[in-house]
Structure formats: C-alpha cells, structure tokens
Design a protein around this ligand. Structure first.
Ligand SMILES: NC(=O)c1ccc[n+]([C@@H]2O[C@H](COP(=O)([O-])OP(=O)(O)OC[C@H]3O[C@@H](n4cnc5c(N)ncnc54)[C@H](O)[C@@H]3O)[C@@H](O)[C@H]2O)c1
Length: 362
C-alpha cells in the first residue's frame, strides 16, 4: 500500500509527514530516521491507549527506544493546566532528560497538550505526532500550534512548536466514531473551498468512498490536505496573514458553539454550518457565482454535515459575533471564498446585514 510523504519546509524546523495504511508499526524506524533517542514518553488517553499503545510500544521497543505510557483522561474539558501537570509528572517519574522525546498518540486534544508539554519541559524536548482522528490528521498535527485552554478562553496558553515528524496511519480512523470522522471531513472540504479547486472536485467525485473510509481514498485526501496546510504554514508559520484563511467558516461556527453552550454541536459540525453561511455571504458579496455557492452547500450536506444555523434570533448571532472588542471597534474581518479554490478577506461593519444573508433554522 502507498505511503505518501509530505515535507514541511521550515528551515531547521523542517519535518516529514508520512501517510499510509497500516504503517503504525513503522513509528520506531521513523523516530530513528528523525535522529531521536532514549526514552519515548507516549502521551495518550484512556480511549486511544487501549486501542493502539501495544502496537506503538512494540514498534518503539524494536527500534531500541524505551517507551513509557502517560495516559490522560479523555476530553476537551481536560485540556487544561491540571492535566498538563499530569504530563510533567509522568515525564519526571520516567526520568525524561533532554536526550529523550514525547510521542503524542491521539486526537487534537492530546496533540496540542503533548506538544505544549514538549515545548516547555526542560525548555523544550523533541516530539512526534501520531494523530488518530481525521481532524488531527488533516489539521492540528501539522503546523506546530500547541497549547491548552484557560477558564477564560480556548487555546489561550500555548506555543508555536514544530514536531520532528508526523506519522499518520489512516487505519486508525476505523475505530473513530462517525460524528468525529465527519468533523474531519468538514475541515478537508474547507481546504478545497478556499485553496484548491482540484481538490474540491476530487471530494465531489470521491466523497462517498471517503465516507466508507476507503483506505486509498483516505490516503489521497489526507495527503492533499496535509500538503495544502504545509504550504500555508511554510508561507505564514506564526499566523501573520495567509494562515488566517484556515479559519474559513469558523467565525459563525464559533457563534454557533457559543449560543449552544458547546454541547449541541461538535466543533467541526459548527464550522460546517459556518462554511455554508460564508459561501452564502461570498455569493451575496459577488465573490462567487450562485452555482459555486450551491456546490459548496451541496457537498457539505451530501457528506453528512449540518448546514443551517440553529434557530436563534439574528440579534443573538450579532451579539455573539460582536463579543470581541476589536470587532466592535473595527468591524469583522470575514473570510470569504472567491469562486471555489480561492479566498479573500472582507471587513464587515454591518453585522445585522450579514445575518440577513444567512440561513437560520431550516
Ligand atoms: N493545533 C492546531 O492547529 C489545531 C487545529 C484544529 C484543532 N485543534 C484542537 O484540536 C482539538 C480537537 O481535536 P479532535 O477533533 O481530534 O478531538 P479529540 O482529540 O477530542 O478526539 C475526539 C475523540 O475521539 C477519540 N479518539 C481519538 N482517536 C480515536 C480513534 N482512532 N479511535 C477511537 N476514538 C478516537 C478521542 O479520545 C476523543 O474522545 C481541539 O482542542 C482544538 O482546539 C488544534
């Protein structure tokens, strides 16, 4: 079976992403190739470790490392400083020194926390990402954003810290719950909409194969998504410009999450709803044709994601959007699609008019 290699070119912080099916057992060899040594502290959680730790342990051991497991409670609500302390405890108990490294085995929550532990423990030790959700494979494991939440805000504490390597085994997605899988599909569609028309067309053609978790289709889609994200990160590592385009759909998506108290929708579902609204808005602003807008909505719907804003009064959305002081003072910088495969930013001052364009509660 194919193993794709995507190189992320960031000078001395460059690294490779290996994407295959059934390649989890090559982790040890990959860590060797990346020049790592010593103890491998595998940070995972109580859901993922029972599924994949044994294979990871075997592979690391075979390659001459000393693997130890640090298993954390599962969930976004644990992405905080208390759980980070559990990681530091585990690293110290295992006697990790600068000659050792961390492996993040899990979804975005584990990747972000383990990455931040790696960035800060002993002022920085190497780490390797082994993402096991579709969202983390196509988004969070690439690009070096790491961190934890604070009671006053999501991802408020963190660092830009690149991994030494990323290993993606798409067969790990076979145990992922359907809703979580679809959240990753939403992020994949996003790349097509704002950065790559050819990829969007591929998704229109092969969407159903992806939904069936066909391995070759997944390898192709994950590789293309990683390649697109890698190019964005290479251009704008610390989110000074282009990287913001990856927030397409997130503005209204966040408003949905806020209004529904983070319980009704998973993040990726809220973003999918936000993307449909962004397409409607882009169409209204004259940045894309009606046909393009309809293609975007149709694909999101066909691939099993929600499309309409939940039924709250427009004023509630306006309130959620203007929460940020910067937005109140300077207007909202809204990411639009330009046709399919391109993007543009638009400053929006009249949020009421913006909401009139949106589709609420259908
Ligand atoms: N760093 C970045 O650039 C970036 C980008 C996007 C999102 N994020 C962060 O990523 C997080 C969301 O990540 P996520 O969507 O992967 O959620 P997650 O890490 O919470 O994983 C979702 C659920 O799936 C389980 N799981 C993981 N892999 C599994 C598998 N193979 N089989 C069965 N169950 C499995 C997890 O234990 C969890 O219960 C958020 O905290 C978000 O802030 C970071």
């Amino acid at each position: 079976m194919t193993v794709e290699n995507i190189h992320v070119s960031l000078g001395e912080r460059s690294y490779d992403i290996k994407i295959g099916a059934g390649n989890l057992g090559t982790l040890g060899a990959l860590c060797r190739e990346a020049g790592l040594s010593g103890t491998a502290a595998v940070v995972s959680n109580t859901t993922v470790a029972p599924l994949y730790w044994e294979r990871v342990r075997g592979s690391l051991q075979e390659a001459g490392f000393r693997p130890v497991l640090i298993s954390l409670p599962d969930g976004e609500s644990y992405k905080n400083s208390r759980t980070l302390d559990l990681i530091y405890d585990g690293l110290m108990d295992a006697g990790l020194d600068r000659g050792s490294f961390i492996v993040a085995l899990g979804g975005g929550v584990i990747g972000d926390m383990a990455g931040f532990a790696a960035a800060s423990y002993l002022r920085g030790i190497p780490f390797v990402q082994v993402p096991t959700t579709l969202l983390s494979q196509v988004d969070s494991s690439v690009g070096g954003k790491t961190g934890i939440n604070h009671p006053k805000g999501k991802n408020m504490i963190g660092a830009f810290y690149q991994p030494r390597a990323v290993l993606i085994d798409v067969t790990t997605l076979e145990t992922l719950p359907e809703r979580e899988f679809l959240c990753g599909i939403g992020e994949i569609i996003k790349y097509g909409v704002v950065l790559d028309a050819g990829f969007f067309a591929f998704l229109e053609e092969k969407g159903e194969l992806l939904l069936r978790r066909d391995r070759e289709a997944l390898i192709h889609a994950v590789s293309r998504a990683c390649a697109i994200k890698a190019r964005v990160v290479e251009t704008d590592e610390r989110e000074g410009g282009l990287r913001a385009v990856l927030n397409y759909g997130h503005t209204l998506g966040h408003a949905v999450e806020t209004l529904t108290g983070y319980t009704r929708y998973l993040h990726g579902e809220a973003v999918a709803i936000g993307m449909v609204q962004a397409a409607l808005i882009s169409e209204k602003f004259g940045f894309c044709s009606r046909e393009d807008g309809e293609r975007i909505t149709a694909l999101i719907k066909r691939l099993g994601l929600p499309t309409a804003l939940p039924d709250f009064p427009p004023a509630a959305y306006v309130e959620a959007l203007s929460h940020d002081k910067k937005v109140r003072e300077n207007g909202l910088l809204f990411i639009c699609n330009q046709g399919i495969g391109d993007h543009r930013m638009e400053r929006v001052n009249d949020l009421n008019a913006l909401l009139e364009i949106c589709r609420i509660g259908e």
